[in-house]
Design a protein around this ligand. Structure first.
Ligand code: ZN
Length: 229
Protein backbone atom coordinates (compact mmCIF):
# COMPACT_ATOMS: atom_id res chain seq x y z
CA UNK A 1 0.00 0.00 0.00
CA UNK A 2 1.28 3.43 -0.96
CA UNK A 3 -0.10 6.41 0.99
CA UNK A 4 0.57 9.93 -0.33
CA UNK A 5 -0.35 13.02 1.67
CA UNK A 6 -1.75 15.89 -0.40
CA UNK A 7 -1.94 18.44 2.41
CA UNK A 8 -4.68 18.94 5.02
CA UNK A 9 -6.74 15.68 5.28
CA UNK A 10 -6.31 14.76 1.60
CA UNK A 11 -4.65 11.48 0.59
CA UNK A 12 -4.04 9.33 -2.45
CA UNK A 13 -3.96 5.67 -1.44
CA UNK A 14 -2.82 3.04 -3.94
CA UNK A 15 -3.59 -0.55 -3.03
CA UNK A 16 -4.74 -3.72 -4.79
CA UNK A 17 -4.31 -1.90 -8.11
CA UNK A 18 -6.82 0.75 -7.09
CA UNK A 19 -6.40 4.50 -6.82
CA UNK A 20 -8.33 5.91 -3.90
CA UNK A 21 -8.61 9.56 -2.94
CA UNK A 22 -9.65 10.63 0.54
CA UNK A 23 -11.08 14.12 1.22
CA UNK A 24 -9.74 15.69 -2.01
CA UNK A 25 -9.55 19.34 -0.95
CA UNK A 26 -7.23 20.43 -3.75
CA UNK A 27 -8.51 23.77 -5.08
CA UNK A 28 -7.91 26.39 -2.40
CA UNK A 29 -5.64 24.13 -0.36
CA UNK A 30 -2.42 26.15 -0.02
CA UNK A 31 -0.41 23.01 0.75
CA UNK A 32 -1.69 20.91 -2.16
CA UNK A 33 1.32 19.82 -4.25
CA UNK A 34 0.79 21.75 -7.48
CA UNK A 35 0.78 19.62 -10.60
CA UNK A 36 -0.09 16.41 -8.75
CA UNK A 37 -3.22 15.94 -10.82
CA UNK A 38 -1.18 15.95 -14.06
CA UNK A 39 0.36 12.63 -13.07
CA UNK A 40 -2.88 11.03 -11.96
CA UNK A 41 -4.01 8.60 -14.68
CA UNK A 42 -7.05 7.18 -12.91
CA UNK A 43 -9.17 7.45 -9.79
CA UNK A 44 -11.37 4.51 -8.84
CA UNK A 45 -12.84 5.69 -5.55
CA UNK A 46 -13.25 8.91 -3.58
CA UNK A 47 -13.83 8.50 0.16
CA UNK A 48 -15.25 11.40 2.16
CA UNK A 49 -15.13 11.65 5.95
CA UNK A 50 -17.65 14.50 6.11
CA UNK A 51 -19.20 17.28 4.10
CA UNK A 52 -17.22 20.39 5.05
CA UNK A 53 -15.72 22.22 2.08
CA UNK A 54 -12.15 21.49 3.21
CA UNK A 55 -12.90 17.77 2.81
CA UNK A 56 -15.57 17.63 0.06
CA UNK A 57 -13.25 19.88 -1.95
CA UNK A 58 -12.90 18.86 -5.60
CA UNK A 59 -14.97 15.67 -5.25
CA UNK A 60 -17.67 16.46 -7.80
CA UNK A 61 -15.21 17.62 -10.45
CA UNK A 62 -12.84 14.68 -9.92
CA UNK A 63 -15.59 12.06 -9.74
CA UNK A 64 -16.94 13.24 -13.11
CA UNK A 65 -13.49 13.54 -14.71
CA UNK A 66 -12.35 10.07 -13.70
CA UNK A 67 -15.69 8.24 -13.46
CA UNK A 68 -14.88 7.54 -9.81
CA UNK A 69 -17.26 6.11 -7.23
CA UNK A 70 -17.94 8.23 -4.14
CA UNK A 71 -17.95 6.32 -0.83
CA UNK A 72 -19.51 8.44 1.90
CA UNK A 73 -22.29 9.05 4.36
CA UNK A 74 -25.73 8.61 2.75
CA UNK A 75 -26.57 12.34 2.83
CA UNK A 76 -23.27 13.28 1.16
CA UNK A 77 -23.88 10.73 -1.58
CA UNK A 78 -27.34 12.21 -2.25
CA UNK A 79 -25.81 15.71 -2.32
CA UNK A 80 -23.07 14.91 -4.85
CA UNK A 81 -25.52 12.72 -6.78
CA UNK A 82 -27.66 15.83 -7.15
CA UNK A 83 -24.66 17.52 -8.74
CA UNK A 84 -24.28 14.82 -11.36
CA UNK A 85 -21.97 12.25 -9.75
CA UNK A 86 -23.29 8.92 -11.01
CA UNK A 87 -21.41 6.25 -9.07
CA UNK A 88 -22.24 6.24 -5.40
CA UNK A 89 -21.73 3.91 -2.44
CA UNK A 90 -23.81 5.38 0.39
CA UNK A 91 -22.92 4.13 3.87
CA UNK A 92 -23.46 4.91 7.51
CA UNK A 93 -21.59 4.57 10.78
CA UNK A 94 -20.57 1.00 11.64
CA UNK A 95 -20.98 -0.33 8.12
CA UNK A 96 -18.38 -1.91 5.84
CA UNK A 97 -18.37 -2.52 2.12
CA UNK A 98 -15.94 -4.32 -0.15
CA UNK A 99 -15.17 -3.10 -3.64
CA UNK A 100 -12.49 -4.47 -5.99
CA UNK A 101 -10.38 -6.02 -3.25
CA UNK A 102 -10.57 -3.02 -0.91
CA UNK A 103 -12.68 -2.89 2.26
CA UNK A 104 -14.10 0.42 3.50
CA UNK A 105 -15.49 0.67 7.02
CA UNK A 106 -17.16 3.80 8.31
CA UNK A 107 -16.33 4.49 11.96
CA UNK A 108 -17.41 7.26 14.34
CA UNK A 109 -15.91 10.74 14.57
CA UNK A 110 -17.05 13.63 16.76
CA UNK A 111 -17.41 16.75 14.63
CA UNK A 112 -20.11 18.40 12.49
CA UNK A 113 -20.94 17.98 8.83
CA UNK A 114 -22.81 20.54 6.73
CA UNK A 115 -22.32 22.76 3.72
CA UNK A 116 -23.49 26.35 3.77
CA UNK A 117 -25.84 27.33 0.96
CA UNK A 118 -27.21 30.91 0.86
CA UNK A 119 -26.08 31.38 4.45
CA UNK A 120 -27.92 28.30 5.67
CA UNK A 121 -26.30 25.03 6.78
CA UNK A 122 -27.44 22.02 4.75
CA UNK A 123 -26.92 18.82 6.70
CA UNK A 124 -24.51 16.25 5.33
CA UNK A 125 -25.33 13.63 7.96
CA UNK A 126 -22.95 12.52 10.67
CA UNK A 127 -19.18 12.95 10.31
CA UNK A 128 -17.05 9.83 10.11
CA UNK A 129 -13.65 8.25 10.04
CA UNK A 130 -12.75 5.39 7.72
CA UNK A 131 -10.71 2.23 7.96
CA UNK A 132 -9.49 1.24 4.49
CA UNK A 133 -8.04 -2.26 4.20
CA UNK A 134 -6.40 -3.98 1.26
CA UNK A 135 -4.11 -6.99 1.00
CA UNK A 136 -4.01 -7.38 4.79
CA UNK A 137 -3.01 -3.80 5.62
CA UNK A 138 -5.50 -1.43 7.21
CA UNK A 139 -5.21 2.34 7.48
CA UNK A 140 -7.38 4.45 9.82
CA UNK A 141 -8.23 7.94 8.58
CA UNK A 142 -9.71 9.51 11.70
CA UNK A 143 -11.47 12.35 9.84
CA UNK A 144 -11.96 15.47 11.93
CA UNK A 145 -12.55 14.48 15.53
CA UNK A 146 -11.83 14.88 19.20
CA UNK A 147 -10.27 12.01 21.12
CA UNK A 148 -12.77 9.39 22.31
CA UNK A 149 -12.20 6.15 24.19
CA UNK A 150 -14.05 4.05 21.61
CA UNK A 151 -11.02 4.51 19.37
CA UNK A 152 -9.93 1.41 21.31
CA UNK A 153 -12.91 -0.42 19.82
CA UNK A 154 -11.96 0.74 16.31
CA UNK A 155 -8.46 -0.65 16.95
CA UNK A 156 -9.82 -3.93 18.33
CA UNK A 157 -12.24 -4.52 15.46
CA UNK A 158 -10.25 -3.27 12.48
CA UNK A 159 -6.60 -3.61 13.60
CA UNK A 160 -5.24 -0.67 11.62
CA UNK A 161 -1.48 -0.57 11.21
CA UNK A 162 -1.35 3.04 10.04
CA UNK A 163 -3.24 6.02 11.46
CA UNK A 164 -3.86 9.37 9.78
CA UNK A 165 -4.55 11.51 12.82
CA UNK A 166 -5.58 15.18 12.99
CA UNK A 167 -3.39 17.32 15.27
CA UNK A 168 -4.06 20.91 14.11
CA UNK A 169 -6.25 21.82 17.10
CA UNK A 170 -9.19 24.31 17.12
CA UNK A 171 -11.48 22.13 14.94
CA UNK A 172 -10.01 18.74 15.90
CA UNK A 173 -7.65 17.15 18.38
CA UNK A 174 -4.48 19.06 19.14
CA UNK A 175 -1.06 17.50 19.81
CA UNK A 176 -1.77 16.52 23.42
CA UNK A 177 -5.15 14.87 22.85
CA UNK A 178 -4.00 13.25 19.60
CA UNK A 179 -1.03 11.78 21.49
CA UNK A 180 -3.43 10.56 24.19
CA UNK A 181 -5.44 8.82 21.45
CA UNK A 182 -2.31 7.05 20.20
CA UNK A 183 -0.90 6.20 23.63
CA UNK A 184 -4.09 5.09 25.37
CA UNK A 185 -6.66 3.93 22.84
CA UNK A 186 -5.00 3.07 19.53
CA UNK A 187 -2.13 0.69 18.86
CA UNK A 188 -0.74 1.93 15.56
CA UNK A 189 2.64 1.06 14.11
CA UNK A 190 2.85 4.24 12.04
CA UNK A 191 1.14 7.54 12.77
CA UNK A 192 0.90 10.40 10.27
CA UNK A 193 -0.24 13.77 11.65
CA UNK A 194 -2.76 15.53 9.39
CA UNK A 195 -5.03 18.60 9.37
CA UNK A 196 -2.18 20.89 10.49
CA UNK A 197 -0.40 23.85 8.91
CA UNK A 198 -2.95 24.43 6.14
CA UNK A 199 -4.12 27.74 7.57
CA UNK A 200 -2.93 29.93 10.46
CA UNK A 201 -6.06 28.86 12.36
CA UNK A 202 -4.60 25.37 12.71
CA UNK A 203 -1.89 26.04 15.28
CA UNK A 204 -1.30 22.45 16.49
CA UNK A 205 2.37 21.51 16.01
CA UNK A 206 3.11 18.01 14.58
CA UNK A 207 6.58 18.04 16.16
CA UNK A 208 5.06 18.54 19.61
CA UNK A 209 2.73 15.63 18.78
CA UNK A 210 5.71 13.48 17.77
CA UNK A 211 7.46 14.25 21.08
CA UNK A 212 4.41 13.12 23.06
CA UNK A 213 3.63 9.86 21.23
CA UNK A 214 5.06 6.79 22.98
CA UNK A 215 3.13 4.12 21.10
CA UNK A 216 3.79 3.97 17.36
CA UNK A 217 6.28 5.71 15.09
CA UNK A 218 5.29 9.22 14.02
CA UNK A 219 6.08 10.06 10.40
CA UNK A 220 5.66 13.74 9.53
CA UNK A 221 5.08 13.85 5.77
CA UNK A 222 5.50 16.81 3.46
CA UNK A 223 2.67 17.34 0.96
CA UNK A 224 3.30 15.08 -2.03
CA UNK A 225 5.44 12.70 0.01
CA UNK A 226 4.53 8.99 0.22
CA UNK A 227 4.69 6.21 2.72
CA UNK A 228 5.00 2.56 1.65
CA UNK A 229 3.49 0.07 4.09
ZN1 ZN B 1 -11.51 19.81 8.42
Amino acid sequence: MRITWLGHAAFHIQAAGRDILVDPFWTGNPRFPQGYEDGLAKVDTIVLTHGHEDHLGDTVRLAKKYGATVVAQYEICMFVGGQGVERLEPMNTGGCIRRDGVRYCMVPAFHSSAVIRDGTPVTMGDPAGFVIEAEGTAVYHAGDTCVFSDMALIQRIHRPKVGLIPVGDRFTMGPETAALACNEFLDLEIVVPIHWGTFDLLHGDPHEFARLVRRGRVVILEPGQSLEV
